[in-house]
Design a protein around this ligand. Sequence first.
Ligand code: ADP
Ligand code: ADP
Length: 228
Amino acid sequence: TSALSFESVTARYAPGSAPAIQDVSLEIPRVGHTAIVGPSGAGKTTIFSLLLRFLNPDTGRLILDGTPLPDWSLTDLRRRIVYVEQDTPLVPGTLRENLLYTHEDADEEAIWDALRAVRLEERVKSLPDGLDTKLSTAVISGGERQRIALARALVGDPEILLLDEATAQLDGLTEAAVHEVIARIARTGAVLTIAHRLSTVIDAHQIIVLEAGQVRARGTHQHLLATD
Ligand code: ADP
Ligand code: ADP
């Protein structure tokens, strides 16, 4: 069964403008990694915007767990669908507050497990205040901030993780963390990534190729290379 489906979705950013995506139908399985691949302007980010309800479709429907997206409360939606951007902002406060963000009930073990997965365990242990360190740009680098955002997603154990994957410009540790988090969440939930090139998503279970707002092909990496 699908966790999520797009049924003939067309969306535009302004009335009368050209559609950003047109007649897109997608099935995102409950478990596994689905990658959306395509050049700049193909409509990848628009898919995420629709899922996050930053944008509403003109026609067609999005359905999550059998319920149309508009019928979900935003609070429920934000718990189920978590977005890690290329440059995810952190909330002002301590590292612990950032990791617990919308899931205050997570235990200490889950936090350290997530920090280990994103290669931040040693770093946090070396901080004088540990998890209670107040975050500032003086304390953490860009790559570390990205890894904190990934750890936060792991702690929340989302049903669906949206990831803007641009591993090309990430440092090695952060790239490893991205792959680890994708693999972990894809074991029990759905991971949806966007990428420019097929070569960066070899591990995806399903690849959807988007071009000029429309689905051009879908299948496994092997299947798409064979038919391209
Ligand atoms: P796309 O939406 O197809 O990823 P964009 O036009 O947004 O393309 O991005 C153009 C270039 O800028 C790409 O190489 C992309 O990796 C990079 N880029 C996009 N967003 C960010 C970001 N938030 N931080 C760093 N680089 C980014
Ligand atoms: P991708 O993520 O694949 O680069 P986008 O989903 O960002 O593609 O863009 C799809 C189309 O929608 C493009 O033609 C783009 O110019 C347009 N678009 C994206 N964001 C906006 C916006 N905020 N306002 C108007 N048009 C937009």
